[in-house]
Ligand binder design. Structure first.
Ligand SMILES: Cc1ncc(COP(=O)(O)O)c(C=O)c1O
Length: 390
């Protein structure tokens, strides 16, 4: 006897996983013994700074931390988030009502739709993008409307291009600056236009700020909440992952409008039981140290960015020098698709990248490189690509 096992429609209706083909080719190349340079993943290769690890070790031995945490986060962690926002962005937050801890920002981004998207609701998603924005919508029966990010608009969504009837039906808008995958940045003028759009159309703004600490050449990206009127319409997602080289630890936060924070916290409290308190104590240490530990990583990424961008340009590839993030968004040579370019880079140069269309249809024509490998490897990338005829 066996039962029939069917996955839920929401799983069966997931879009095809465009990275599967590149994953398969990568495995095959590794099995053949190819010495791959992997610029596919956005995961810091630099270890978590020692004071953070030491705090975890000490905190992990305290029995008080062995019990269930509160799903919204320790009061001390939320206070540390508020203090960091005040110091870094000059944004005032009430830690009790305007901050919630997240088990990594991915969790909060997904649960935002659980809290706020009903079947049939429209969610506006600036795309190409981190896929969880639209997967959250789809899992909860909402409808995604993708607003393309195009080079001619500096990879900012053209909000005027959204048909009035779509804008009126929209419940949420997802934006992300500094941006993954395009590495574009936004200024406060753009944020003001977003707030105006949100007020005119009664739309909740969700800003994913995962990369604000990774700005180069002295550039310090803004929080959406720095702009007047933002807290009336917005929630901002942040993460300790990229900022403090803590991707494996799973800790982040959402901050902003108290009703939005409360709604998200309510969804979470029904689904999860928060972050291991010892990790939150390590997170407090990270936030307290702030720039002292971020600056050395920034310098490393900036130097790597220069090596990669200069190398790619020297072999005739077209890309901007990013002002932030550890991504470089490279145009595929004329006449070649994202998938073909990625495959060629892997097969003929042993360089792993991510095809732009994996982040959404408007990413077609681009490939994303990361700088999460040592500079000696990055120097080799251009040399390897030089050997490949395009
Ligand atoms: C734009 C963006 N947002 C959110 C995340 C999720 O980060 P985490 O869940 O580690 O906080 C990522 C991870 O790659 C990302 O690129």
């Amino acid at each position: 006897m066996s039962i029939t096992i069917n996955k839920a429609r929401r799983i069966n209706q997931l879009p095809p996983y465009l990275f599967a083909e590149i994953d398969r080719r990568k495995r095959e190349a590794l099995a053949r013994g190819v010495d791959l340079i992997d610029l596919g993943i956005g995961d810091p290769d630099i270890p978590t700074p020692a004071p953070i690890v030491e705090t975890l070790i000490e905190s992990a031995s305290k029995p008080v931390n062995h019990r269930y945490p509160n799903s919204s986060g320790l009061a001390e962690f939320r206070q540390a988030v508020a203090d960091w926002y005040q110091k870094r962005f000059n944004v005032k937050l009430d830690p009790a009502k305007e901050v919630v801890s997240l088990i990594g920002s991915k969790e909060g981004i997904g649960n935002m739709a659980v809290a706020f998207v009903d079947p049939g609701d429209v969610v506006l998603v600036a795309s190409p993008c981190y896929p969880v924005y639209h997967i959250g919508t789809a899992f909860n029966g909402g409808e995604n409307y993708f607003v393309p990010l195009r080079k001619e608009n500096h990879f900012l969504p053209d909000l005027d291009s959204i048909p009035a009837e779509v804008a009126k039906r929209a419940k949420l808008l997802w934006i992300n600056y500094p941006n993954n995958p395009t590495a574009a940045v936004a200024d406060q003028g753009f944020f003001r236009r977003v707030i105006d759009f949100a007020n005119r159309n009664n739309v909740i703004v969700c800003h994913d700020a995962a990369y604000t600490e990774m700005g180069f050449d002295g550039y310090r990206p803004a929080s959406f909440l720095e702009v007047e009127g933002a807290k009336e319409v917005a929630i901002e997602f942040h993460s300790l992952s990229k900022t403090f080289n803590m991707t494996g630890w799973r800790i982040g936060m959402a901050v902003g409008n108290p009703k939005l924070v409360e709604g998200l916290a309510q969804a979470k409290s029904n689904l999860d039981s928060g972050i291991f308190q010892a990790i939150q104590e390590a997170g407090i240490e990270a936030l307290k140290l702030g720039d002292k530990i971020v600056e050395p990583a920034r310098k490393i990424y900036q130097e790597r960015r220069d090596i990669l961008v200069d190398g790619l340009r020297a072999v005739g590839l077209e890309c901007e020098k990013p002002r932030a993030t550890f991504y470089v968004w490279v145009a595929a040579p004329k006449g070649i698709s994202s998938a073909e370019f990625t495959a060629k880079l892997l097969e003929e140069a042993g360089v792993v990248t991510t095809p732009g269309n994996g982040f959404g249809a408007s990413g077609e024509g681009y490939v994303r490189f990361t700088v999460c490998v040592d500079k000696s490897k990055l120097k080799e990338v251009a040399e390897r690509i030089r050997q490949v005829p395009f």
